[in-house]
Design a binder for this molecule. Structure first.
Ligand code: PEP
Length: 255
Protein backbone atom coordinates (compact mmCIF):
# COMPACT_ATOMS: atom_id res chain seq x y z
CA UNK A 1 0.00 0.00 0.00
CA UNK A 2 1.57 3.29 -1.10
CA UNK A 3 1.08 6.25 1.19
CA UNK A 4 -0.46 9.17 -0.68
CA UNK A 5 1.60 12.34 -1.03
CA UNK A 6 0.38 15.87 -1.52
CA UNK A 7 3.24 18.22 -2.32
CA UNK A 8 2.94 21.99 -2.67
CA UNK A 9 5.29 23.68 -5.09
CA UNK A 10 5.35 27.30 -3.98
CA UNK A 11 7.40 28.34 -7.03
CA UNK A 12 8.61 31.97 -6.85
CA UNK A 13 6.06 33.02 -4.22
CA UNK A 14 6.36 33.82 -0.49
CA UNK A 15 9.05 35.60 1.46
CA UNK A 16 10.73 33.75 4.31
CA UNK A 17 8.24 35.24 6.79
CA UNK A 18 5.17 34.51 4.67
CA UNK A 19 6.35 30.95 4.10
CA UNK A 20 6.86 30.37 7.83
CA UNK A 21 3.27 31.48 8.51
CA UNK A 22 1.84 29.31 5.74
CA UNK A 23 3.61 26.16 6.92
CA UNK A 24 2.46 26.82 10.48
CA UNK A 25 -1.11 27.20 9.27
CA UNK A 26 -0.88 23.86 7.45
CA UNK A 27 0.19 21.91 10.51
CA UNK A 28 -3.32 21.10 11.77
CA UNK A 29 -4.40 19.47 8.56
CA UNK A 30 -1.10 17.58 8.25
CA UNK A 31 -1.60 16.22 11.80
CA UNK A 32 -5.19 15.21 10.99
CA UNK A 33 -4.08 13.03 8.08
CA UNK A 34 -0.88 11.79 9.72
CA UNK A 35 -0.21 8.16 8.84
CA UNK A 36 -2.40 8.34 5.73
CA UNK A 37 -1.04 11.25 3.72
CA UNK A 38 2.45 12.68 3.52
CA UNK A 39 2.35 16.46 3.19
CA UNK A 40 5.32 18.18 1.55
CA UNK A 41 5.96 21.86 0.96
CA UNK A 42 8.60 23.20 -1.42
CA UNK A 43 9.24 26.89 -0.70
CA UNK A 44 11.73 29.01 -2.64
CA UNK A 45 15.37 28.73 -1.52
CA UNK A 46 15.26 31.92 0.56
CA UNK A 47 12.46 30.48 2.69
CA UNK A 48 13.89 26.99 3.26
CA UNK A 49 15.58 27.99 6.49
CA UNK A 50 12.52 29.64 8.06
CA UNK A 51 10.24 26.77 7.05
CA UNK A 52 12.75 24.18 8.25
CA UNK A 53 12.96 25.96 11.61
CA UNK A 54 9.16 26.00 12.05
CA UNK A 55 8.96 22.30 11.14
CA UNK A 56 11.65 21.42 13.70
CA UNK A 57 10.34 23.63 16.53
CA UNK A 58 6.74 22.49 16.09
CA UNK A 59 7.70 18.84 15.54
CA UNK A 60 5.57 19.17 12.45
CA UNK A 61 4.73 16.13 10.31
CA UNK A 62 5.15 18.29 7.20
CA UNK A 63 8.17 17.35 5.10
CA UNK A 64 10.41 19.95 3.52
CA UNK A 65 11.06 19.95 -0.21
CA UNK A 66 13.28 22.09 -2.42
CA UNK A 67 12.38 23.14 -5.94
CA UNK A 68 15.74 22.43 -7.53
CA UNK A 69 19.37 21.60 -6.75
CA UNK A 70 22.73 21.55 -8.51
CA UNK A 71 24.62 18.24 -8.55
CA UNK A 72 28.14 19.45 -7.68
CA UNK A 73 29.37 19.25 -4.09
CA UNK A 74 30.42 22.89 -3.99
CA UNK A 75 32.41 25.31 -6.11
CA UNK A 76 32.32 28.40 -8.29
CA UNK A 77 28.73 28.05 -9.51
CA UNK A 78 27.18 31.44 -8.93
CA UNK A 79 23.54 31.28 -7.98
CA UNK A 80 23.42 27.50 -7.53
CA UNK A 81 22.51 25.48 -4.44
CA UNK A 82 24.52 22.39 -3.44
CA UNK A 83 23.08 19.11 -2.12
CA UNK A 84 24.64 19.54 1.32
CA UNK A 85 23.05 22.97 1.71
CA UNK A 86 19.67 21.28 1.40
CA UNK A 87 20.33 18.18 3.48
CA UNK A 88 21.69 20.45 6.22
CA UNK A 89 18.22 22.02 6.45
CA UNK A 90 16.56 18.59 6.85
CA UNK A 91 15.22 18.71 3.31
CA UNK A 92 13.53 15.40 2.48
CA UNK A 93 12.55 15.91 -1.16
CA UNK A 94 13.91 17.81 -4.14
CA UNK A 95 11.79 18.51 -7.20
CA UNK A 96 13.85 17.94 -10.34
CA UNK A 97 12.99 18.55 -13.97
CA UNK A 98 9.90 20.67 -13.42
CA UNK A 99 8.62 21.73 -16.84
CA UNK A 100 9.24 25.39 -15.94
CA UNK A 101 12.93 24.59 -15.35
CA UNK A 102 13.05 22.65 -18.61
CA UNK A 103 11.30 25.43 -20.57
CA UNK A 104 12.86 28.58 -19.08
CA UNK A 105 16.26 27.34 -17.91
CA UNK A 106 17.13 24.81 -20.58
CA UNK A 107 17.16 21.70 -18.41
CA UNK A 108 17.61 18.56 -20.47
CA UNK A 109 16.87 14.97 -19.53
CA UNK A 110 20.61 14.52 -18.89
CA UNK A 111 20.64 17.40 -16.41
CA UNK A 112 17.53 16.03 -14.73
CA UNK A 113 19.24 12.66 -14.40
CA UNK A 114 22.41 14.13 -12.87
CA UNK A 115 20.31 16.05 -10.38
CA UNK A 116 18.14 13.05 -9.47
CA UNK A 117 21.22 10.88 -8.83
CA UNK A 118 22.85 13.61 -6.73
CA UNK A 119 19.69 13.96 -4.64
CA UNK A 120 19.79 10.24 -3.79
CA UNK A 121 23.53 10.36 -3.17
CA UNK A 122 22.86 12.90 -0.41
CA UNK A 123 20.16 10.92 1.34
CA UNK A 124 17.21 12.89 -0.02
CA UNK A 125 14.51 11.80 -2.47
CA UNK A 126 13.88 13.35 -5.88
CA UNK A 127 10.43 14.14 -7.20
CA UNK A 128 11.21 13.66 -10.88
CA UNK A 129 8.83 15.56 -13.15
CA UNK A 130 7.78 14.59 -16.64
CA UNK A 131 5.04 15.74 -18.97
CA UNK A 132 4.25 16.46 -22.58
CA UNK A 133 3.38 19.67 -24.43
CA UNK A 134 0.02 20.24 -26.08
CA UNK A 135 1.62 19.66 -29.51
CA UNK A 136 2.95 16.27 -28.44
CA UNK A 137 -0.44 15.28 -27.05
CA UNK A 138 -2.29 16.43 -30.15
CA UNK A 139 0.10 14.35 -32.24
CA UNK A 140 -0.78 11.32 -30.07
CA UNK A 141 2.90 10.97 -29.17
CA UNK A 142 2.70 11.45 -25.39
CA UNK A 143 3.41 7.83 -24.43
CA UNK A 144 6.71 7.72 -26.38
CA UNK A 145 7.69 11.19 -25.21
CA UNK A 146 7.11 10.30 -21.55
CA UNK A 147 9.00 7.02 -22.02
CA UNK A 148 11.99 8.99 -23.30
CA UNK A 149 11.93 11.37 -20.34
CA UNK A 150 11.55 8.55 -17.81
CA UNK A 151 14.26 6.31 -19.28
CA UNK A 152 16.75 9.17 -19.52
CA UNK A 153 15.79 10.74 -16.21
CA UNK A 154 16.13 7.50 -14.24
CA UNK A 155 19.24 6.13 -15.94
CA UNK A 156 21.83 4.76 -13.54
CA UNK A 157 19.65 5.01 -10.42
CA UNK A 158 20.19 2.08 -8.05
CA UNK A 159 17.26 -0.23 -7.42
CA UNK A 160 17.39 0.37 -3.65
CA UNK A 161 17.07 4.11 -4.28
CA UNK A 162 14.39 3.67 -6.90
CA UNK A 163 12.09 2.12 -4.27
CA UNK A 164 11.81 5.56 -2.66
CA UNK A 165 11.42 7.48 -5.90
CA UNK A 166 8.57 9.89 -6.52
CA UNK A 167 7.58 10.74 -10.10
CA UNK A 168 5.24 13.58 -10.99
CA UNK A 169 3.32 13.42 -14.24
CA UNK A 170 2.52 17.00 -15.16
CA UNK A 171 1.20 17.62 -18.67
CA UNK A 172 2.57 21.05 -19.55
CA UNK A 173 -0.75 22.15 -21.02
CA UNK A 174 -2.41 21.65 -17.64
CA UNK A 175 0.07 23.54 -15.46
CA UNK A 176 -1.22 26.86 -14.21
CA UNK A 177 -3.75 26.98 -17.05
CA UNK A 178 -6.86 25.92 -15.17
CA UNK A 179 -7.15 23.05 -17.70
CA UNK A 180 -6.69 19.62 -16.20
CA UNK A 181 -6.15 16.28 -17.78
CA UNK A 182 -9.22 14.15 -17.20
CA UNK A 183 -8.69 11.61 -14.41
CA UNK A 184 -8.74 8.89 -17.09
CA UNK A 185 -6.09 10.63 -19.21
CA UNK A 186 -3.91 11.12 -16.14
CA UNK A 187 -4.39 7.51 -15.04
CA UNK A 188 -3.47 6.22 -18.49
CA UNK A 189 -0.12 8.00 -18.43
CA UNK A 190 0.58 7.18 -14.77
CA UNK A 191 -0.08 3.48 -15.44
CA UNK A 192 2.27 3.73 -18.43
CA UNK A 193 4.95 5.28 -16.17
CA UNK A 194 4.52 2.46 -13.65
CA UNK A 195 4.94 -0.11 -16.43
CA UNK A 196 8.12 1.68 -17.54
CA UNK A 197 9.47 1.64 -13.98
CA UNK A 198 8.79 -2.10 -13.92
CA UNK A 199 10.75 -2.54 -17.16
CA UNK A 200 13.67 -0.37 -16.00
CA UNK A 201 13.85 -1.82 -12.46
CA UNK A 202 11.44 -4.58 -11.42
CA UNK A 203 7.90 -5.21 -10.20
CA UNK A 204 8.81 -4.59 -6.55
CA UNK A 205 10.06 -1.11 -7.39
CA UNK A 206 7.05 -0.46 -9.63
CA UNK A 207 4.71 -1.37 -6.78
CA UNK A 208 6.46 1.06 -4.42
CA UNK A 209 7.18 4.10 -6.56
CA UNK A 210 4.76 6.91 -5.95
CA UNK A 211 3.41 8.65 -9.01
CA UNK A 212 1.77 12.03 -8.55
CA UNK A 213 -0.44 13.93 -10.95
CA UNK A 214 0.12 17.67 -11.32
CA UNK A 215 -1.68 20.30 -13.36
CA UNK A 216 -4.38 22.60 -11.98
CA UNK A 217 -5.28 20.27 -9.10
CA UNK A 218 -7.88 22.00 -6.94
CA UNK A 219 -10.18 21.11 -4.04
CA UNK A 220 -12.99 20.43 -6.54
CA UNK A 221 -11.11 17.90 -8.69
CA UNK A 222 -8.47 16.36 -6.38
CA UNK A 223 -10.55 13.37 -5.21
CA UNK A 224 -11.18 12.27 -8.81
CA UNK A 225 -7.44 11.96 -9.40
CA UNK A 226 -6.76 10.28 -6.06
CA UNK A 227 -9.37 7.62 -6.86
CA UNK A 228 -7.26 6.36 -9.80
CA UNK A 229 -5.27 3.20 -9.06
CA UNK A 230 -1.90 4.48 -10.32
CA UNK A 231 -2.15 8.05 -8.98
CA UNK A 232 -0.61 8.30 -5.53
CA UNK A 233 -1.13 11.97 -4.86
CA UNK A 234 -0.59 15.38 -6.36
CA UNK A 235 2.03 18.01 -7.03
CA UNK A 236 0.15 21.25 -6.57
CA UNK A 237 1.19 24.73 -7.70
CA UNK A 238 -1.34 27.58 -7.52
CA UNK A 239 -3.66 25.88 -5.03
CA UNK A 240 -0.74 25.24 -2.65
CA UNK A 241 -0.36 28.93 -1.86
CA UNK A 242 -3.25 29.20 0.59
CA UNK A 243 -4.46 27.00 3.43
CA UNK A 244 -8.03 27.34 2.17
CA UNK A 245 -7.19 25.67 -1.15
CA UNK A 246 -4.42 23.28 -0.06
CA UNK A 247 -5.98 21.79 3.08
CA UNK A 248 -9.03 20.28 1.29
CA UNK A 249 -6.71 18.70 -1.30
CA UNK A 250 -4.71 17.09 1.51
CA UNK A 251 -7.92 15.81 3.12
CA UNK A 252 -9.14 14.45 -0.22
CA UNK A 253 -6.05 12.24 -0.38
CA UNK A 254 -7.02 10.35 2.77
CA UNK A 255 -8.09 6.81 1.82
C1 PEP B 1 3.13 22.72 -10.76
O1 PEP B 1 3.73 23.76 -10.87
O2 PEP B 1 3.76 21.71 -10.48
C2 PEP B 1 1.69 22.72 -10.93
C3 PEP B 1 1.07 21.58 -11.06
O3 PEP B 1 1.05 23.96 -10.99
P1 PEP B 1 -0.54 24.22 -10.97
O4 PEP B 1 -1.13 23.36 -9.88
O5 PEP B 1 -0.67 25.68 -10.67
O6 PEP B 1 -1.06 23.83 -12.31
Amino acid sequence: MRKKMVAGNWKMYKTAGEAAILVQNLEDVARDVLGDVEVVVAPPFTALHSVSTVIALDKSPIRLGAQDMFWEEEGAYTGEIAPRMLSDLETSYVIVGHSERRAYFGETDEIVNRKARAVFAHGMTPIVCCGESIETREAGAEADFIAGQIRAGLAGIETMDAMKLVIAYEPIWAIGTGKTASPEQAEEVCAHIRALVCEIFDDVVAARVRILYGGSVKPENAALFFAQPDIDGALVGGAALSVEAFAPIVVAARP
